[in-house]
Design a binder for this molecule. Sequence first.
Ligand code: ARG
Ligand code: ZN
Length: 478
Amino acid sequence: MSPLHRTLPVATALVLGLTGAALGSSASAAPAARPPVVGQPGGSWAGDPYFPAMGATGYDALTYHLDLDYDPVDATSGTLDATAQLTLRPTTTLSSFNLDLRGLDVSSVSVNGRRAGFTHEDGELTVTPRRPLRKHVRAVVRISYGGTTGRPVDAEGSLYGWVSTADGAMVVNEPDGAPTWFPVNDDPNDKAIYTFSITVPKGKAAVANGVQIGKPKTRAGRTTYRWFESSPMASYLTTATIGDFDITTTRGPRGIPIINAIDRDVTPANRATSEASLAKQADMIAFFSDHFGRYPFASAGAIVDDDSVGYALETQSRAIYSRSASEGTVAHEIAHQWYGNAVSPHRWSDIWLNEGFATYAAWMWGEHTGGRTVEARAAAVYATPATSGLWTTVMADPGPLNLFAGAVYDRGALTLHELKQKIGDDAFARLLKAWARDSRYGNATTSDLVALAESISGQDLSAFFDTWAYTPEKPTTW
Ligand code: ARG
Ligand code: ZN
């Protein structure tokens, strides 16, 4: 979904549980008298060179309603029985269209209430509706699917996607793990509104993005949790994590709910650390709002799982932590809500725009709370020997196997620190806010940042960014 196409009535309709047929005229077939519409197949790749199968073209996904019924089987697998209902808006007249879905089987697909043809091979689900979908006429797609879940790993070997655990599942998708649990246009540029309805064995809890709709309902030994994220969200930021969670709600700045879910089985020491860090979320949101502009989402909070994928992730409005949440990591994930989640990278090569900003923001929080200064942390990073991967990697094009490298995080943060020296404190302060605001709920590139910094500062910054973002060497002059 692009912000231009934002149609909250559809989201509202989904929340109210209305079916496709109730969503309006777009859902009904064309009158018989019209000449047949000729369409073309949508593409099966969104165009990101790092991920040659990711995403699709030919339509804009507006909403996803994911109905997930899950049972853990053992410590490494479970069974998922699910339905995904999507509304999408064709950007051209489509004879067929594509979604990403890996490792699960599709049993049926309907489009606007009528059974549709489909093929599903190598993670590509191609749907052929009975009649072409007309350009700009919204369609409702229902996909029934499911199967056995495992513990998928990404290209770098890290656990991601729907990670089955002994007590449920820990669900973290960055960068391309979303298709391990739902059919999706897995392109960070196609943000959408999501609702989740997650049914688990009684006693378990399911936590997703946004806010809970109603109280969990238990029937025949199974409990259904419903969640709704009202702001556009990239697919890699979705979660539907299941475990032995206690869910508590407090209030943050402007009254937003801060919803925390902590697994009952985290160790007492990890619980103490996590609770202390999470208690600071309201202050962090207030501090970052002063510097970055208003908090972009309607809720906040955290999931602390006793299981581990080995890292934390900034899942939208509800970051997730493996076993424990340290204060520095919480500051980092909260900062991502502005940088990464509200404004997301257009291409995965731009990932430093997420990680450099979040790392820099956590430095700011550290200094603000009496820890090491930003200056000292920047100096420590700069002291890294010239032979380090920090310098020999191209920060703004690190390659798909280096998305989470030091060259992205620490060099990214140092680049911002040096940019501040270069353009001055006032221009830098304005840049932080404008960057979070101008592309809010959308996407941006490194060149967009350069252009914005140049327009705010009135300086030519091409040499600065050449050195810091595009040259695989330790900068000495800039
Ligand atoms: N974006 C996450 C963070 O910085 C880190 C994700 C790491 N993922 C991985 N596969 N290593 O908070
Ligand atoms: Zn990060």
